[in-house]
Design a protein around this ligand. Structure first.
Ligand code: ATP
Ligand code: MG
Length: 411
C-alpha cells in the first residue's frame, strides 16, 4: 500500500523538537506579559472577505497565497496572518471600551500557498503582538522593544533592526505620484507583478525581488525620489520621536527607505528585524503601524501597531534544547505496587514511569538509566518493609528509605 506522506510545505513538529518550541512559547508568555500584553487565540479560518479587506487585495498574500474553500456557500480562508483576525475579535468583543492601550499577543499556525524552500513553508507558525489605542510614538518604541527583548530572551544577538516611515495617506499620495512619474519611462521593462503594482500599489514596487526591477529602481533619478524626505511634518515628528526613544534605550537600528512591508494597511512606522545567520529568507520579524485598519473593518477609529515573527525561522537560529529526563522510574515486578507508587508520585508533582510490560528486573533497570534521573526499586523485601531503594542514576549512589520519605527526597 502506498504510504500517505505529509503535505508539501508542511512539517511535523516532533517530540524531539518540542523542548525548543516550548522554550519559544514560554519566553513569549514571559516577556510579553512583562509589558502588560494578554494572550488571544482566534480561529484558524475566517471569512475570506476579512483578509481581502484586512490584508489588502493588492498584496501577494491575498492574490496568490490564500487557502480558500467554500462551505455552505460561504467563502472561508485559512488565516495567512493573525492581525486581521485579532482586529476582527477586537471589534466584535468591544475591546475599544477597555482602557487603552489594549495589548494582545498570539501564537499559532498560519497558512500561505507559497513555493516551499528553506525558511518558507505553507503551514508555518507566528508569534506576534498587537497594541491598540495609542497614537503616540511611545507605543511604536514599546512594540519594537517587545520584539527586540523577546529575541534577546531567546538568545539571539546577531540581529539588525530596520525602520522606516511610510507617512500618512495624505503625504504618501504625493510620494506615490512622484514615484510613478519617475518610474513611468521604464514601465515596459518591469516584471509583470511590478506593472500591476504600478497602478494598484506603487509603494510595493520598492519591495520587488526581481534583479532587473531592482536595477531600474537603483537608477539615480529614481533613488533621488526614494531617498527624499517626503513625509509631512506630523509624520516626521512622530518618526523623530521614535528614533529619540530608540537611541535613548540603546536599541541599534538603521533607516531603510526601501522598507515598505507586504501588507496594504501600514502607515507611519514600519520595521523589520533580520538575522545575519539565516540564508536568503532572513526576515524573522515584520511589523508596523496600522491606524486605519480597525475603522476599515467596521470598528471605532483606533490607532494600532504590531508585529509578527516566523517561529520556524527563530527555531532555526536556536540550538535545540535537551529533553528533560523523567524524574523517577519505578523498577518492580509487582505491577500493582508499581502502578500505585508511580501514580502517587505524579499526584505529588513528580514525573514518573514504570515498565508496563513487567520485564525482567535487570532490563527495567537498564531502561531506567536511559530515561530517568532516579530508579525507585521496589523488590519483595522493600514491599514487605514498606520501604523503597532510591538509586541516583547519575552517581549510582543508592539508599533504602521509608516510603513516605520518597516524595520529599525527590521534590
Ligand atoms: P517574506 O518577505 O519572507 O515573505 P513576509 O513579509 O511575507 O515575509 P510577514 O507577513 O511580515 O512576512 O510575516 C512575518 C514573519 O513571518 C516573516 O518575517 C517570517 O519570519 C515569517 N514568515 C512569513 N511567511 C513565511 C513562510 N511562508 N514560512 C515561514 N515563515 C514565514
Ligand atoms: Mg511573504
Amino acid at each position: 500500500m502506498t504510504i500517505i506522506k505529509v503535505q508539501k510545505g508542511t512539517k511535523d513538529i516532533l517530540p524531539a523538537d518540542m523542548p525548543l518550541w516550548h522554550f519559544m512559547e514560554e519566553k513569549a508568555n514571559e516577556i510579553f506579559t512583562k509589558y502588560g500584553a494578554k494572550e488571544i487565540r482566534t480561529p484558524i479560518f475566517e471569512a475570506t472577505e476579512l483578509f481581502a479587506r484586512g490584508v489588502g487585495d493588492t498584496t501577494d498574500i491575498v492574490n496568490k497565497e490564500m487557502y480558500t474553500f467554500e462551505k455552505s456557500e460561504r467563502s472561508l480562508t485559512l488565516r495567512p496572518e493573525n492581525t486581521a483576525g485579532v482586529v476582527r475579535s477586537f471589534i466584535e468583543n468591544g475591546m475599544h471600551r477597555l482602557s487603552a492601550p489594549v495589548k494582545l499577543w498570539y501564537k499559532g499556525p498560519m497558512f500561505r500557498y507559497e513555493r516551499p524552500q528553506a525558511g518558507r513553508q505553507r503551514q508555518f507558525h507566528q508569534v506576534g503582538v498587537e497594541v491598540f489605542g495609542i497614537q503616540q510614538a511611545t507605543a511604536d518604541a514599546e512594540v519594537i522593544l517587545m520584539a527586540v527583548n523577546y529575541l534577546k530572551a531567546l538568545g539571539l544577538n546577531d540581529l539588525s533592526v530596520e525602520i522606516n516611515s511610510l507617512g500618512c495617506p495624505e503625504c504618501r499620495e504625493v510620494f506615490k505620484t512622484k514615484l510613478k512619474e519617475v518610474i513611468k519611462p521604464y514601465l515596459n521593462e518591469l516584471c509583470p507583478d511590478c506593472q500591476s503594482r504600478y497602478e494598484k500599489n506603487p509603494l510595493r514596487l520598492l519591495d520587488c525581488k526581481v534583479p532587473e526591477c531592482k536595477e531600474i529602481y537603483a537608477k539615480p533619478e529614481i533613488q533621488t525620489v526614494i531617498q527624499s524626505d517626503f513625509i509631512c511634518e506630523d509624520c516626521a515628528n512622530h518618526f523623530n520621536e521614535l528614533q529619540t526613544y530608540l537611541n535613548e534605550l540603546g536599541i541599534k537600528y538603521s533607516i531603510n527607505k526601501l522598507l515598505v512591508r507586504g501588507l496594504d494597511y501600514y502607515n507611519r512606522t514600519v520595521f523589520e528585524i533580520t538575522s545575519n545567520n539565516l540564508g536568503s529568507q532572513n526576515a524573522v520579524c515584520g511589523g508596523g503601524r496600522y491606524d486605519s485598519l480597525v475603522k476599515n473593518l467596521g470598528g471605532e477609529d483606533t490607532p494600532a501597531i504590531g508585529f509578527a515573527m516566523g517561529m520556524e525561522r527563530l527555531a532555526a537560529l536556536i540550538e535545540n534544547k535537551e529533553d528533560k529526563k523523567t524524574k523517577a522510574f519505578v523498577v518492580s515486578n509487582n505491577m500493582t505496587e508499581a502502578l500505585k507508587l508511580t501514580e502517587s508520585l505524579r499526584q505529588n508533582g513528580i514525573t514518573a514511569e514504570f515498565d508496563l510490560t513487567n520485564k525482567k528486573f535487570v532490563k527495567q533497570l537498564e531502561k531506567a538509566s536511559k530515561v530517568a534521573e532516579y530508579a525507585l526499586i521496589l523488590g519483595e523485601d522493600e514491599i514487605s518493609q514498606n520501604k523503597i531503594t532510591v538509586k541516583n542514576l547519575a552517581t549510582s549512589e543508592q539508599k533504602t528509605i521509608d516510603c513516605k520519605e520518597v516524595i520529599s527526597l525527590l521534590n
